[in-house]
Design a protein around this ligand. Sequence first.
Ligand code: NDP
Ligand code: GDR
Length: 326
Amino acid sequence: MARALITGVTGQDGAYLSQLLLDKGYEVFGLLRRSASADVVGERLRWLGIIDRVKLIDGDLLDLSSLIRIVQDVKPDEVYNLAAQSFVKASWNQPLLTGQVTGMGVGHMLEAVRLAAPEARFYQASSSEMYGLIQESVQSETTPFYPRSPYAVAKLYGHWLTVNYRESFKLHASSGILFNHESPLRGIEFVTRKVTDGAARIKLGLAKELMMGNLDAKRDWGHAKDYVRAMWLMLQQKEADDYVVATGRTTTVRDMARIAFAHVGLNYEDFIRIDPAFMRPAEVDVLLGDPAKAKQKLGWEPEISLEAMIEEMVEADLFRHRSRMQ
Ligand code: NDP
Ligand code: GDR
């Protein structure tokens, strides 16, 4: 039975990746950081009905000794490093913590693998945010980076360190440059989930309006279920490499909100208000990825459209709020 170790297992991608690997017959181990709110930890794994099948082990990306011990104990065949301070907006308020977890944390994980399981295959969760101030209208593996937030700067460090460990120590280390991907398990502060939750609450009479930031920003949004499949495919290749994972379609925040509100029979313009508090000190105006390499080398293609995903998310938020109202 193949063994996988996932950091960030309690997050959106960690949950879907666990489900995918369990379905493939893997033994799945997840790194769990200590929380004072232990009762709500693992909510996403519970939502998918797999909390009892993932073996959770205490540790933290900031604590190298815990990582070495875990990699020694688990002896994983595959390591997926998904843990991060992943909310871009928060990275201006906590730039150093973001640097430590999202950047240096990658170094900790790579060191743990190099020392304790050098034959393991390693996946790093890199990000389209690294492109930032866009240098090419469609971004591929060869597009230059220009990070626009402390988060993106930290991700760039992790990305290049992964490339460097592959070249220096012959680790099978791959980096997935994933564009935005969402799902009903997306964190509530990210824009798609904020909108689908807002539309559901307004529809049910639980809220009257939704305060938002820059509606003109454009993102290439896909579904997390499709994107975790690409992560797994990367680690099944003979040679480690870097891949863009995207849909090749970009949409404004405004149009995404239109889809969400229309699904519950409402016009977004009647409910969304602009609050400067949700604007960013430096914005990434538009992202649009070219997934040609992933398609050609991995045989990967996205299967879930933006419309289907947003509707699934609105339905999940209606379900959550209705359950609480009973
Ligand atoms: P989430 O924010 O949902 O999950 C982040 C995970 O990291 C959580 O499990 C969190 O644990 C964990 N974590 C945070 N700090 C630490 C720490 N110090 N030690 C151990 N674990 C920690 O992110 P996503 O699932 O959306 O994304 C997964 C990865 O992919 C992230 O690295 C993200 O930056 C990256 N990415 C995401 C994209 C997206 O669109 N979703 C696109 C490109 C890259 P806890 O539950 O305790 O908070
Ligand atoms: P992003 O995702 O920063 O792209 O990072 P987010 O959903 O937070 O923002 C997307 C765009 O929407 C605009 N926006 C708002 N965003 C939020 N959160 N709240 C609002 O009210 C709002 N109004 C407008 C933002 O300005 C931005 O342009 C995500 C994360 O998952 C990262 O970890 C990951 O690396 C990248 O995607 C790819």
